[in-house]
Design a binder for this molecule. Structure first.
Ligand code: ADP
Ligand code: MG
Length: 303
């Protein structure tokens, strides 16, 4: 994680930004027994704090708009594959179907009382905001920056970047996107102002068994890592939460459905898709701002 701010109060702003990241991590991390999310999972529900309330509702909106590709109730399946502990193993079909039966964010109930929201999960269901939390966090950190009067800042939370304003010389930030096939290389860069640039890919977290690789982005229809021909998906949006949720979702959809989805929501985000034949698909709203590295062929996607 790196956090950089420029101008008066930059030091204080960065410290407050780090405190905000810590606060949200303590609240949202499934791995921390004391976190709000872990408590909800342990108790089958509970009263939501302001951040969790917002995030669960956004996650359920994205569940709806992506036809269930994004599903925060995937957690029991993540656990079964060992992604939560590092004890990786390909599960048996019977174990997998038992866990998959618990997955359906449509069965999460929210109720409002005295301005507070309570969540209730069906028996055995557990939730995981890992597909959306970093983008929300980066957006919150940008708000903290602004509250300190900062006009130029950048945060990088491991593949998830968010920029505030422009560089101090007035030119746009250029955010480079990692090349999944070359640890030290980039597939391209994009010039941006006030945007989250969030990438998901199977190359980020995976294990190998019997010569096959298995990664951490799970298709809720199968319980298996999504294999739809995409290597990496970058979302560019003002809305960090949306960008994070959609980077995970579009990866699961695959290229054709992802493009179809963009055509319906092109006012909310742009995307750079890398397919397994090493092609880049860049949507019209950022095609001028994007430069590919030499080896990549680019196709511009229009509405
Ligand atoms: P990163 O782990 O780098 O933040 P992503 O934003 O793509 O990458 O999120 C992957 C994480 O999202 C997984 O580690 C898991 O916690 C969660 N996840 C996996 N599959 C799904 C899914 N179908 N819907 C929602 N969240 C998912
Ligand atoms: Mg994501």
């Amino acid at each position: 994680m790196t956090l950089t701010a420029y101008g008066d109060n930059a030091q204080e702003a960065v410290e407050a930004g780090i405190a905000e990241i810590q606060r949200l991590d303590d609240l949202l991390s499934t791995g921390k027994e004391t976190s709000e999310v872990a408590q909800i999972n342990a108790n089958g529900g509970g009263v939501l704090s302001e951040d969790t309330d917002y995030l669960v509702k956004r996650a359920l909106d994205i569940y709806q708009s992506t036809n269930g590709a994004f599903d925060i109730s995937i957690y029991p399946v993540m656990q079964l594959w060992g992604f939560t502990t590092g004890n990786f193993a390909v599960p048996s079909e019977s174990d997998l179907s038992a866990k998959l039966a618990l997955v359906d964010a449509g069965k999460i109930t929210l109720s409002e009382e005295n301005g507070q929201t309570s969540i209730s999960l069906p028996e055995g269901m557990e939730i995981d905001l890992g597909g959306i939390a970093k983008g929300y966090t980066s957006g919150r950190v940008m708000e903290v920056m602004k509250s300190y009067g900062i006009k130029s800042a950048v945060i990088n939370l491991g593949g998830k970047a968010h920029v505030l304003g422009n560089k101090t010389d007035g030119s746009q930030w250029k955010v480079v996107i990692q090349d999944p096939e070359d640890e030290n290389g980039y597939l391209g860069g994009v010039n941006v102002t006030d945007k989250a640039i969030i990438t998901s890919g199977g190359y980020e977290r995976y294990f190998e068994q019997d010569g096959k690789t298995y990664h951490h982005i799970i298709d809720p229809t199968t319980g298996y890592p999504a294999e739809k021909g995409l290597i990496s998906v970058t979302i560019v949006s003002e809305d960090g939460t949306l960008a994070d949720g959609l980077s995970t979702s579009l990866f699961i959809m695959g290229k054709d459905k992802a493009i179809e989805f963009w055509k319906k929501h092109s006012d909310e985000f742009d995307t750079i898709l890398m397919t397994d034949d090493d092609k880049l698909y860049v949507t019209a709203g950022i095609s001028d701002a994007f430069t590919a590295e030499d080896d990549y062929e680019v196709e511009i996607v229009n509405k």
